[in-house]
Design a protein around this ligand. Sequence first.
Ligand code: 13P
Length: 258
Amino acid sequence: MRQPIVAGNWKMNLGRAEQAVAFVRKIRHPLNEVQGVERVLCPPFTALPAVADALAGTRIGLGAQTMHWEEKGAHTGEIAPSMLEGLVQYVILGHSERRATGSSEESDEAINRKLRAALAHGLTPILCVGERLEQRQAGETELFVAGQVAVALAGLEAEQVARCVIAYEPIWAIGTGEAATPVEANRVIGLVIRGAVAEVFDETTAQQVRVQYGGSVNPENIADFMAMPEIDGALVGGASLKESFVDLVRRAAEARGG
Ligand code: 13P
């Protein structure tokens, strides 16, 4: 069955190596003890090497928050897949906070290129999708999210899709304290996201790919999301910057009988 995965997206926080390592030292032992849930920390680029060292010898994974698709070249400020290979195991792609810049480097097509590059370098992509409030209110959630999934995964092999993680992050739920209801998140993930994967690939792949929920997840509500059969974990922002992230992950594991 699908192994649940909880990832902490630190966003633009704790970016100085010493800050990041001080925090990781506080959580790494208890976090490492949790069984049955894959755990991942995604610090800013500037802290990745130091956090990689601090996590050595643990089973806690490390992820980057974005990546370019090109191997090298004139892309000021960008990070190439080869720069991450061997340093991290995961990479968040297409986060809505990056898509919102409107940059051509964050278009659905660009995210598709990034996904292929990540997979080619042995990284596990965490592909973010999710609708804006206006789209939800206009009844466009299903079409929009299914479209994001289909374009991002276009041209991949089914076996590669099965290795991806998808994060359903409705934009209106991010950083607002207003999480989606577990029932609604479960519906979108099962019907829309797995539905789109089944349509483009096949039902087996749709059942293999892990899909997280993200948006105002905290230690109090995580168990309700984990109780849902289609939800395989969470992508956590603000609550991953606190030591209580360990409780959140523990509760995720307990909710799955871990
Ligand atoms: P919050 O958990 O702070 O709402 O952020 C969610 C998110 O964007 C994770 O990628």
